[in-house]
Design a protein around this ligand. Sequence first.
Ligand code: G2H
Length: 249
Amino acid sequence: MRKPIIAGNWKMNTDLSRACELTEELVGKELATRAEVILCPPFISLAAVGERIADTPLKLGAQNMHWEESGAFTGEISPTMLTSVGCEYVILGHSERRQLFSETDPRVNKKAKAALDHGLTPIICVGETLRQREEDEWRGHIESQVKAALINLSAEEVATLVMAYEPIWAIGTGKTATVEQANDVCRLIRVTIETIAGHDAAEAVRILYGGSVKPDNISALMAAPNIDGALVGGASLKADDFAAVVNYE
Ligand code: G2H
């Protein structure tokens, strides 16, 4: 049985004060424990959020990282920096990074390898554009992103990681993929992983859906057989909404 994951991707939102406040609001709520709940605040708030969730079931994740441990990489954050503040997860290859910050498949792969080498669980994002969806090119695109991200990872490593399917056309737009569309792509991701790393790894990998997840669509998404959780953006910024997503029926 795969344990579900609900991860809040705060993106470039919340200053330190609001990040602490939002964390405290969440800590004060009754949150179901059937899913692992991960908070991914901006880098500058990781330590403070980490301190506030240290004695709770909530987990800490980062939104990106560099693959090197240290060095002359101005503006970057390393895996050891993330683990030093209690991070257990790191989002890699989010479409906003791919589209706005020149993140490439080879870099996502290097980052995934480095994360695993440092005991961090990567949450690797893949997803197609509206054009690729409309022109029926999404299968090839998703397969290629998954294969590129997992190059040189062992089956044991692949089994531990988390994938996230985020259709670019559904991110922050209010449009959600239908449950059937989302489940179909998550199944394709699992089948692709099976061809690379075998049946056991494919069955173990947790695959999240992301893209305008809200309290009113989470239950239907979670009922789909290939969807193991959600990567939540906008709705993770309000404690009531995020708690309602975590406490899905
Ligand atoms: C997709 C998602 C979280 P939102 O980017 O990663 O954001 O829920 O705002 O569409």
